[in-house]
Design a protein around this ligand. Structure first.
Ligand code: NDP
Length: 516
């Protein structure tokens, strides 16, 4: 191998060293005699329609692409293990993979960028995704995290607009600063997420150096039927490392796959395997009732002093995908993939995601996506589902209706969901009424950030705000003033230094992939 090169650059050489040449076949297995020349009538003559070899080649090529994800499109990932390190086990949840210290569970982890397209740069200020599939002996548990502890919105009906405002303008096909800041400033609940994003944590130094947060609240059910509510934290054992916006801009041009390359090279080198500690914050039902904030609000964190982190185990990544498309592009996560002991809570964003993700996977990969090797659970699938495109497991002769008298799959009340009471009128409630959208953002600004970090936050926000119209910028400053007057003053100061108007000015100032 060529040792003076990046490890990832040696992939083909590694393949060559480990494999003998093989005979090429068509997709039906027929050995191929010539894959250089099309079949023509005479030297310059037309191509004949019965050149199955050519038709197979072109037809296969045309259909290589599947729809990219509407959000979190660009991603990379790896496989590894989760090792339980707690004895709390069934006293907090019935989930099997957490019931015994030292128990190991295979995992698949996909990292991504929220507003990315497949070809986007990795080093753009944006939320990163970190999705973890636990292949437990009782089904797959998908824990879908972001690298910031809160999200922009708390009502899922706003999600498509949030994404549209950050994607390309349908007329210009360009990222639109007005749309981005217009939407965000019209919804002040976005402020907390925004200032975390524009702090240095908004530009992680690759995927190894960031945490994952479930953002959503889940319900735990113990073996004694005790209910509690949890937020998951996936803390990087490498520590947190971020890059500044100038370096991010340079990398976006010079190595737009910076984070992808870093993950590949680190695991391939097999020396310091990346790992994370899975933790929870836990709230019992009594604490939930008297909480000063809504524990199901995705724009809020749970203060660590009141709800300290409880470590559950360690996730270590040790295997790269054998093939990116097969194992990462086709890797399909859904918050609907839960295991007994972990349930949905009254968190509205989580409730909508239960539908949204599975629906998106059916569109992207087809109805039988869960049968693909990387998505298949360890335990056998036995139910009434049959047929559809690319069906690999049609459950042979088992009855396809329920109930039945012929030893078809049956249910057990042991696995029934827990119950909870609801009250109130069915209506569309404005989710921001009476809610303080600024207190936690204020605590972050005043108590967590250092003076230098506060200044950097203001500078980053000003660089982005400079690209939007005055009236939107004014609204943003008004919103930020509820966090701290000093933040507004600092943003105004940086805005006054230069307000770019031309594309040339913008390209100097932008650190948002031509976006912000
Ligand atoms: P704490 O002081 O106990 O927690 C603050 C947390 O902020 C730290 O634990 C760390 O989270 C994170 N943090 C530390 N330095 C930075 C930084 N420079 N940039 C971004 N994040 C940093 O107080 P609270 O729990 O009461 O939270 C106060 C504020 O901190 C919150 O309003 C929220 O904005 C922010 N925060 C809170 C988190 C939580 O889950 N409670 C998580 C992350 C941020 P970590 O250890 O996860 O890296």
């Amino acid at each position: 191998l060529l040792s003076n090169r990046d490890i990832s650059a040696n992939q083909l050489q590694t393949y060559r060293s480990n494999n003998e040449p093989t005979l090429m076949t068509s997709s039906s297995g027929m050995p191929i005699g010539d894959k250089i020349c099309s079949l023509t009538a005479g030297l310059h003559g037309p191509i004949v329609l019965h050149d199955a070899c050519l038709l197979d080649e072109i037809g296969q090529f045309n259909e290589e692409k599947i729809p990219e994800r509407c959000s979190y499109a660009k991603g990379s990932g790896a496989f590894g293990t989760f090792q339980c390190t707690t004895d709390l086990g069934s006293s907090i949840t019935r989930a099997h993979f957490l019931d015994t210290r030292d128990k190991q569970t295979r995992v698949a982890v996909r990292f991504s960028r929220f507003t990315s397209e497949l070809g986007s740069a990795d080093t753009v200020r944006d939320i990163r995704g970190m999705s973890i599939k636990f292949y437990t002996d009782c089904g797959n548990f998908d824990l879908i995290c972001n690298h910031l502890p809160v999200f922009f919105i708390r009502d899922p009906i706003l999600y498509p607009s949030l994404v549209h405002a950050q994607k390309r303008n349908p007329v210009t096909n360009l990222f639109d600063y007005d749309a981005y800041w217009d939407f965000l400033t019209l919804r002040p609940e976005t402020m907390h997420c925004l200032i975390l994003l524009y702090s240095h944590r908004g530009l992680p130094n690759g995927y190894r150096y960031m945490n994952g947060y479930s953002v959503n609240t889940y319900k735990f059910l113990s073996s004694e039927d005790r209910v509690s509510y949890v937020r998951f934290h996936v803390k990087s054992n490498q520590g947190i490392s971020s890059i500044d916006s100038t370096k991010a801009l340079v990398l976006a041009g010079m190595d737009s796959d910076y984070a992808t390359r870093d993950l590949y090279n680190t695991i391939c080198a097999n020396k310091e395997l990346p790992s994370w500690t899975l933790c929870i914050q836990q709230m019992n039902e009594e604490e939930m009732k008297i909480s000063s904030f809504d524990p199901f609000d995705t724009t809020k964190v749970w203060p660590k002093l009141d709800y300290p982190l409880i470590p559950l185990g360690t996730i270590t990544l040790n295997r790269l995908p054998a093939n990116h498309f097969s194992e990462i592009e086709q890797l399909a996560y859904s918050p609907a993939n839960l295991v007994p002991g972990i349930e949905v809570s009254p968190d509205k964003m989580l409730q909508a995601r239960i539908f949204a993700y599975s629906d998106a996977q059916r569109y992207r990969l087809g109805k039988n996506y869960a049968q693909l090797p990387v998505n298949r659970p360890l335990n056998p699938i036995t139910n009434n589902y049959r047929n559809g495109h690319m069906c690999l497991n049609n459950q042979n002769g088992a009855p396809n209706y329920f109930p039945n008298s012929f030893h078809g799959a049956t249910t057990s009340s042991h696995f029934k969901e827990s119950t909870y009471p609801v009250e109130g009128n069915v209506a569309r409630y404005e989710c921001s009424n009476g809610i303080d959208d600024f207190h936690q953002a204020q605590r972050f600004y005043r108590e967590v950030l250092s003076a230098d970090e506060r200044l950097m936050l203001a500078r980053n926000l000003a660089k982005s705000l400079a690209l939007t119209q005055q009236f939107i910028c004014k609204r943003a400053l008004e919103n930020f003033s509820h966090i701290d007057q000093d933040l507004t003053k600092d943003i105004e100061h940086f805005l006054s230094l230069q307000r770019p108007t031309t594309m040339e000015d913008r390209s100097i100032q932008t650190d948002f992939e031509g976006k912000i």
